[in-house]
Write a protein that binds this ligand. Structure first.
Ligand code: SF4
Length: 486
């Protein structure tokens, strides 16, 4: 073993502050605790064969030690030591915050977006599902029902057609909505008088024509295609048809096609027919809530009745798979309101249901207006109601992710009937497939399975910038996938 160098410990801790801040936020502790003079005092030491961290605040303290990792390969050793120090530091602060607040966060000390990764990792190491659940409970303090949910999700994901290096997914972003939801943090704009639609579609067509060949040039095949945004169905009919024609021409052979049709008031019989005729198998009609008062408060400009009409129309037009998104913890809602939404979900019987927890990112209107997050315990009961409703509908959970600033530090979970899990959602969340992302705000990803890392090429999110700089967006993807000049 190379002699432990205290400089290694300090280097590993240099950029950890944002993660520590995320940890204290998990317990609802104010960010000001970190302002000088900081209320937390950290001590980090390198012992002969262990790292030791202590955190103290006022009269409370927590301390932990771990053995210093040793590897033959110096590069691996340095990586593992760095990871171990950071994990130790976060875990120790977690212990202290639990003492201060007496709160047990549902996901324990996990602050990341993708907790399913840890479950899949444990299973890949050869642990049984039960042992994997125990590891998450023991090492990360995750509540057992949450760890069991991950085990169920991992089992479903392992039955799906395997992703991998030989596939690519395509994302197409349509950044227009009829109005802006109060909780929205996306960069999509209101469609307004529609003056940006034609220039946007021209730029998107240019990008599609230039980038679609990347899939073939890199020897890969198309796996799943997802049109999101924004609300793609907010496009006028002629532009929407133009989009579908481009998809059919340039991306003809995906295993799965999804078009977000989030707002029911953007759907018409003609658009639904165009969707079916283009071979799109899955759409998403998202009430978020079936309470008209809340729909008004969150700025969605449609009613619950319009959701029912849109579902009826989509059924008449024989759309094979409709997904429904709902949000637990919307402003002013209580458990009875959420129960009503769930009762409607049962009546409308979508093929998949995604239960989100309200998250207020910094750029949302609600966050800017300092709207508080709802009570965590109440939101947790709503999330549980969502799970029970999905089970009543015969669905199983198949993907899960978490976000910053979520009510009750809970999660978003996608449920689906057998055979209806959305591959694109799983690929996105588990980061198991290359993504070719087209349109404003799309982020293309290249996965490096051997090295275990990901490189990204983001498109600009501003609609005007995207239109003006589409050639640069094309070059970014050619560089990412190394196809320039081929
Ligand atoms: S529908 Fe989606 S993208 Fe559009 S404003 Fe609402 S949250 Fe944002």
């Amino acid at each position: 073993m190379t002699k432990p160098d205290p400089a290694e410990l300090n280097a590993a801790l240099q950029t950890i502050h944002p993660e520590l801040l995320a940890m204290t936020r998990l317990f609802g502790l104010p960010d000001e605790y970190w302002n000088p003079p900081a209320r937390y005092v950290m001590r980090a030491e390198t012992l002969s064969d262990a790292y030791q961290i202590t955190f103290s605040s006022d009269h409370l303290a927590a301390g932990r030690q771990i053995p210093i990792p040793c590897e033959e390969d110096p590069r691996l050793q340095s990586l593992h030591r760095r990871r171990a120090v950071r994990r130790l530091c976060k875990q120790t602060l977690y212990d202290l915050c639990r003492q201060i607040t007496d709160i047990h966060p549902p996901w324990g000390s996990l602050t990341g977006v993708r907790p399913t990764h840890l479950m899949l990792e444990a299973l890949a190491e050869g642990l049984s599902p039960e042992e994997s659940v125990s590891r998450l409970v023991r090492d990360y303090d995750v509540l057992p029902p949450k760890a069991e949910l991950l085990a169920e999700i991992a089992a479903i994901q392992r039955q799906l057609p395997a992703p991998g290096d030989s596939f690519m997914d395509v994302y197409i972003g349509i950044p227009f909505c009829t109005t802006r939801c109060a909780y929205c943090s996306f960069s999509s704009g209101e469609i307004g008088d529609g003056h940006l639609v034609t220039p946007y579609m021209d730029a998107l067509e240019r990008e599609i024509r230039a980038c679609a060949p990347i899939i073939r040039q890199t020897g890969r095949s198309l796996r799943a295609l997802y049109v999101g945004g924004g609300t793609p169905t907010a496009l006028p009919l002629a532009d929407f048809r133009r989009l579908l024609t481009l998809i059919r021409e340039f991306f003809p052979s995906a295993r799965e096609y999804t078009v977000e049709a989030g707002r029911p008031d953007t759907l018409s019989r003609e658009k639904l027919r165009a969707i079916r005729e283009a071979g799109i198998s899955r759409i998403s009609i998202n009430p978020q809530t079936m309470n008209d008062r809340t729909l008004r408060v969150i700025g969605r400009a449609h009613t619950a009745e319009q959701v029912q009409e849109a579902y009826a129309l989509a059924r008449e037009e024989q759309i094979p798979h409709i997904n429904m998104d709902v949000i637990a913890g919307l402003p002013g809602e209580n458990e009875d309101d959420f129960r009503r939404t769930m009762a409607e979900a049962v009546r409308l019987h979508p093929e998949s249901l995604t239960v989100h927890t309200l998250a207020l990112k910094r750029s949302s209107r609600m966050s800017l207006e300092n709207a508080p997050l709802p009570d965590g315990d109440m939101t947790a009961r709503m999330v549980m109601d969502g799970l029970q409703t999905a089970r009543k509908l015969g669905m199983s959970p198949y993907y899960l992710y978490r976000q910053k600033y979520m009510a009750g530090n809970l999660e978003n979970t996608g449920y689906a009937l057998p055979g209806h899990a959305c591959l694109y959602n799983v690929d996105m969340m588990e980061e198991t497939s290359h993504i070719l992302a087209l349109g404003a705000g799309g982020i293309s990803k290249r996965i490096w399975p051997e090295e275990g890392h990901i490189t990204r090429a983001p498109n600009v999110s501003n609609i005007g910038d995207y239109i003006a700089r589409v050639e640069e967006m094309i070059r970014r993807k050619e560089e990412l996938f190394e196809t320039a000049g081929s």
